[in-house]
Design a protein around this ligand. Structure first.
Ligand SMILES: Cc1ncc(COP(=O)(O)O)c(C=O)c1O
Length: 388
């Protein structure tokens, strides 16, 4: 079916419940962290089945606090994947620790536990897997490695709110898990994030670090309500305006997920016979959050590179994206840490070929058909002629 309307890479879905809750929050006079943030934290902890959920103002803040709460710092190494967003690597650097990349599985593009094992040294403090696209990493192998070497596991679940690994929800497996509610994520608070943990001590440190390292009532100035600064913390709190959105988005998450699942299945079906496209692998025994719909373009069969195909798709009305270019090859990482092309072959192969097709609950199945039709038209036009 031809594309009947442009399909952008993302469209938010905010309804009257969210609008009314935000308006009520504004009228309540309590705008910063308050009853709505606390209620959202409780609902989120219930959703992922863990003891503590700590609301923050971005997924990046969630990752940063997770590292800080473990006291990761100068001289420490943290092992992560090169196929991820800047924030995953940057927070390691912000803590003055050393980012150590491990190559990805050729099939799923998630971090490869065997590669992680090969990169663990006496300085390693933590493993930071990313559940890329919403597809869970091989957590049994990662947890076994970490437990054998007394390492912490911090999961980047920015894409993976609804994901499960062998029946267990992501957010209740590693020591700490970071979620994002950025505008394009599976549920949104505009900007926002959450850290989850089952560890009471880590939860206490996270709460301290989130709000200036202050104990007692930081807003009180009277001598009757003394407060103290026990460490140098951040101002990473989530506001009640953000939580007003999150509370209602979370109520609708299962319906959204069901739509994502059906749209992803429609893509799977339609792309099966497109020779120039390889779908990214999904392992057995997991529940995918379907945050993104990634494909690997067989650029060997085309006359142009991936970026030209993304551009051609945009001209055809399809908002395609790239998640992600290899982080170790970004200028900062090359210059500061000396990474170079060839370091992580699977990651680099994928980074040159990945395209994210639009996937969000507001889409209809006809949109999927239109996107695939447009993609087929573009690759047909740019295909190498064989036999010459
Ligand atoms: C894998 C990954 N980790 C972390 C983040 C950071 O989240 P935020 O944008 O909420 O700071 C993002 C993206 O937005 C992401 O895609």
């Amino acid at each position: 079916m031809k594309l009947t309307r442009p399909v952008p890479l993302h469209k938010s879905w905010i309804e009257k419940e969210e609008e009314a809750e935000v308006l009520e929050t504004l009228r309540s006079g309590w705008l910063t962290r308050g009853p709505r943030t606390q209620a959202f934290e409780r609902s989120f902890a219930d959703y992922v089945g863990c003891r503590h959920a700590i609301g923050v103002n971005s997924g990046t803040a969630a990752l940063h606090l997770a590292l800080a709460s473990l006291g990761i710092g100068e001289g420490d190494e943290v092992v992560t994947t090169p196929i991820t967003f800047a924030a995953t690597g940057n927070v390691i650097v912000l803590q003055r620790a050393h980012p150590v990349f491990a190559d990805v599985e050729a099939d799923t593009l998630n971090i490869d536990p065997a590669e992680v094992a090969a990169r663990i040294t006496a300085k390693t403090r933590a493993i930071l897997p990313v559940h890329l696209f919403g597809h869970p990493c091989e957590m049994d192998a990662i947890m076994a490695l970490a437990r054998a070497r007394q390492l912490a596991v911090i999961e980047d679940a920015a894409h993976a709110i609804e994901a499960r690994y062998r029946g267990r929800p992501i957010g209740a497996i590693g020591d700490l898990t970071a979620f994002s509610f950025y505008a394009t994520k599976n549920i949104t608070t505009g900007e926002g994030g959450m850290v989850t943990t089952n560890d009471d001590g880590l939860a206490e440190r996270l709460r301290l670090l989130r709000l200036h390292g202050v104990v007692g009532n930081a807003g009180a100035t009277s001598a009757k309500a003394p407060w103290d600064v026990v460490l140098a913390g951040y101002n990473y709190t989530m506001s009640d305006i953000q939580a007003a959105l999150g509370l209602h988005q979370l109520e609708k998450i299962d319906g959204y997920w069901d739509r994502r699942r059906r749209l992803a299945a429609a893509y799977d079906d339609a792309l099966k016979h497109v020779e120039e496209v390889r779908r990214v692998g999904v392992r057995e025994g997991v529940r995918h959050a379907y945050h993104l719909y990634p494909i690997l373009l067989r650029t060997e069969d085309l006359t142009v590179d991936r970026d030209a195909v993304v551009e051609a798709l945009r001209e055809a009305g399809v908002g395609a994206g790239v998640h992600f270019r290899a982080l170790h090859l970004m200028s900062f990482y090359r210059e500061r840490f000396g990474f170079a092309p060839g370091d992580f072959p699977n990651a680099e192969y994928a980074a040159d070929r990945l395209i994210s097709l639009p996937l969000y609950p507001k889409m209809e199945e006809e949109d999927v058909e239109g996107v695939v039709e447009a993609l087929m038209e573009v690759v047909r036009r740019l295909r190498k002629r064989k036999g010459r």
